[in-house]
Ligand binder design. Structure first.
Ligand code: ATP
Length: 328
């Protein structure tokens, strides 16, 4: 393959997610395989603006496929939001004879890449790394599967204590705008109710459902609440509301928080990251730019970054129905 692209930079940006290291490894190894140079950029766009670069060879990414977080560190960069900052980033790329970059991050990171591409006609490729699974153009983002497994493991433990004490637990999981983690982890962990940002279940229905649970002989219950659920109450207010209206329940709250972002990536995320990294490099070498790599119907595909940013992911209505049936 004869290509103008001889040196590719790779970095991680925005919130970290499990599988980012596996994606870095894949980009680096694909470059080595195709005999082009690869440069790691530390701290996302901040490192691009400051010229925080380090050459990465195939052996420099040994033993990272199983590690959470990102060896290149991640950051949010205000400087890159400015024209001057992006000019400095461009100058650093030119000085280091870098021909293209791969950014692993969320939609903010892709917006930055798209703007940069428009200003400098610089080849860019995105890999979706975020646990929220909220990026259009891919059925799965890197880290989502691991975050689900982490959440389910913890909810299983909460269930043990809930059933020992006949308690009701509200468990808050991540998801300000989307309920993919809540819905999938909720079904996977056998939750009685799942509150997500996409559907307004209503507090009345929640009370009805909890009453039904008690009547049907359930001694303990788990309700999964996404951070951005639409009841208008946070998880602690929900506890107070239920205790006030259904005093039969002894209610506890557990907020899973940042533990959902950490940990060793699942096999699914490692495989996905490996596939996406190969595609990102190959696509750049084929002269493609301004795309995000995604997976659909188990095929690795490219979506224009502009579409990936503007599009909206949809919650799986069928899974909501399954969840309703399971809570009978
Ligand atoms: P997460 O899903 O975890 O929030 P993200 O990639 O969406 O990840 P952001 O903080 O939104 O995270 O964006 C990461 C970085 O991308 C920002 O700190 C900034 O440097 C760059 N960026 C975002 N939006 C723009 C923009 N409009 N112009 C230039 N750069 C941007």
């Amino acid at each position: 393959m004869i290509s103008k692209i001889k040196k590719i930079a790779v970095f991680t940006s925005g919130g970290d997610s499990p599988g980012m290291n596996a994606a870095i490894r894949s980009v680096v190894r694909t470059c080595a395989y195709l005999q082009i140079e690869c440069i790691g950029v530390y701290r996302g766009y901040e490192g691009l603006v400051e010229g925080d670069f380090k050459p990465l060879g195939a052996r420099s990414v040994n033993n990272i496929i199983n590690k959470g977080g990102t060896i290149l560190k991640s950051a949010r960069s205000d400087a890159f939001r400015t024209k001057e900052g992006r000019k400095r980033a461009y100058d650093n790329l030119v000085t280091n004879t870098i021909d293209a970059f791969v950014v692993i991050g969320g939609d903010g990171s892709f917006t930055g890449a798209m703007i940069f591409n428009k200003e400098y006609n610089f080849p860019v490729m995105g890999i979706p790394g975020t646990i929220d699974n909220d990026i259009f153009g891919t059925t799965y983002t890197l880290g989502f599967d691991t975050a689900l497994n982490t959440a389910v493991e913890v909810i299983d433990k909460i269930r043990d204590t809930a059933s020992s004490h006949n308690r009701l637990f509200f468990v808050e999981v991540m998801g300000r705008d989307v309920g993919h983690i809540a819905l999938n982890a909720g079904v996977g962990a056998g939750a009685e109710e799942i509150l997500i940002p996409e559907e307004n279940l209503g507090l009345e229905r929640l009370l009805e459902s909890l009453k039904r649970s008690k009547k049907s002989g359930k001694s303990s219950s788990i309700v999964i609440v996404a951070e951005g659920d639409k009841t208008g109450k946070n998880v602690f207010e929900l506890k107070e509301y239920v205790e006030e209206h259904l005093p039969i329940y002894d209610v506890r709250v557990s907020v899973l928080g940042h533990m959902q972002r950490g940990g060793s990536p699942s096999c699914f995320d490692r495989v996905l990251a490996s596939r996406m990294g190969v595609k990102a490099v190959e696509a750049l070498l084929e002269g493609k730019s301004n795309f995000m790599v995604g997976i659909q119907d188990n095929k690795i595909i490219l979506t224009p970054i502009e579409q990936a940013i503007k599009g909206h992911t949809k919650i799986d209505k069928e899974l909501i129905r399954v969840s309703d049936i399971m809570s009978t």
